[in-house]
Ligand binder design. Structure first.
Ligand code: ARG
Length: 392
């Protein structure tokens, strides 16, 4: 699917590309004017992109000089978000970056309107199981206190820590769950392993408030196994769409601290991490017991055998439920195609090896014996500090 193969005629464009990317490096001390104009250059060069007129360029420079701010056009926002995905060094799913769509919510003010827009995001992205990669972009940061979503993802399961330190549910959410309770959220009467947390939103002159997500907005998949009949008796489940909501979207020097985005799941995220990690749901001993292979001797590889069956169950269940999901072998192969496309277009190929390598059968995938340049370019989705006052 490479759109711009290397030919002698575009060799010059490729050298230009290299120096443009120098100006797009994140972390340098650049004025907003320079960041904006590097972004416009990137947009202008983009094959199949919307282009940039010279009057638009002048207008941006004028707005920046006058207000230290400029407003992205809808097209600039759409392509800015796509570039942000393309530049995401931790993401193995970038082959699909051109499929990303955007909901423009930059006009939305107020916690409850934001919560409402987040719930709409969930419905559109879920798309009945045919998951649509989607970003909702809330207001850019201008004042000192921006609008923020406090959740790591729009949908996550509560983790209730008991006095003895044991957690019921997802231990990764124990701190956030306690915080939700401290601002008045009430857990369901019977607490379970998979209780969906509320949305928490704050903004200028607006303390964090919580919003319960109606059950019909959250598509979930009950887990069963293609051969092991008893697997469904474990009553495990996971949600359909991972919508990361705590990262900052940066485009051409403009910062969007609330911009929840999603793709679809790769099976191992659930089967080899969320449900398997020792510090998460830690289900391998239970599964191995049921399989009748649990024993003290590590060299029997009971953990590995249970891990494979758990991952088969995840892939099988999402398929049965008609919810889009990719396996780690296909994902890694498509990432290599993405790398080839990027190279052919004269763009730097970037990545974080420690993130790209899948957590199961890593050495059987083609990303294993490659090395990656972790440089981050703008636009991008960046980590940001938790909102002020997070400590529960
Ligand atoms: N790893 C995270 C999780 O298991 C989700 C991160 C985003 N993943 C994705 N496929 N877009 O919930």
């Amino acid at each position: 699917m490479s759109e711009c193969p290397v030919t002698p005629s575009n060799a010059r464009a490729q050298t230009e590309g290299v120096s443009l990317y120098k100006r797009l490096r994140i972390g340098g001390r650049m004025a907003l004017r320079e960041k904006a104009s590097a972004f416009l250059d990137l947009l202008e060069k983009e094959e199949g992109g919307p282009g940039v007129t010279s009057s638009r360029r002048n207008q941006v420079l004028k707005d920046v000089a006058r207000h230290r701010y400029y407003e992205h056009t809808p097209e600039e926002l759409l392509w800015g978000c796509r570039f942000a995905w393309r530049h995401s060094v931790r993401c193995i799913g970038r082959f699909f970056w051109r499929q990303l769509e955007v909901r423009d919510a930059r006009h939305i003010q107020g916690a409850s309107d934001m919560a409402h827009a987040c719930m709409e995001h969930l419905s559109s992205a879920t798309n009945g199981g045919a998951i649509q990669p989607l970003v909702t972009v809330f207001p850019a940061q201008r004042a000192t206190i921006p609008w923020r979503i406090w959740n790591y993802q729009l949908v996550r399961y509560a983790g209730y820590r008991a006095e003895d330190g044991e957690v019921l549910g997802d231990p990764a959410e124990a701190q956030f769950t306690a915080f939700c309770e401290s601002i008045g959220w009430k857990a369901p009467k019977t607490k379970g392993l998979f209780d969906v947390l509320p949305l928490v939103i704050s903004g200028p002159r607006c303390k964090p408030s919580f919003f319960t997500i109606p059950a019909q907005k959250v598509l979930e998949v009950p887990l069963s196994h293609p051969d092991l009949e008893w697997f469904k008796e474990l009553e495990l489940r996971w949600y359909a769409v991972p919508v990361v909501s705590n990262m900052l979207l940066e485009i051409g020097g403009i910062r969007y601290p609330a911009a929840p985005f999603n793709g679809w799941y790769m099976g191992t995220e659930i089967g080899a991490r969320n449900l398997a990690d020792w510090s998460r749901y830690n289900l391998l001993p239970d599964i191995a017991l049921r399989m009748g292979i649990f024993e003290k001797r590590e060299s029997s590889l009971w953990r590995d055998r249970a891990l494979v069956e758990l991952n088969r169950a995840v892939l099988h269940s999402y398929k049965m439920a008609g919810v889009r999901m990719i396996d780690h072998h296909t994902a890694a192969q498509l990432h290599v195609r993405f790398e080839d496309d990027e190279k052919a277009c004269g763009r730097p190929v970037t990545g974080r090896w420690d993130w790209l390598v899948p957590p199961l059968s890593a050495s059987t995938t083609p990303v294993w014996d490659r090395s990656y340049d972790p440089t981050e370019y703008s636009p991008n989705f960046l980590t940001q500090n938790p909102p002020r006052g997070f400590v529960p």
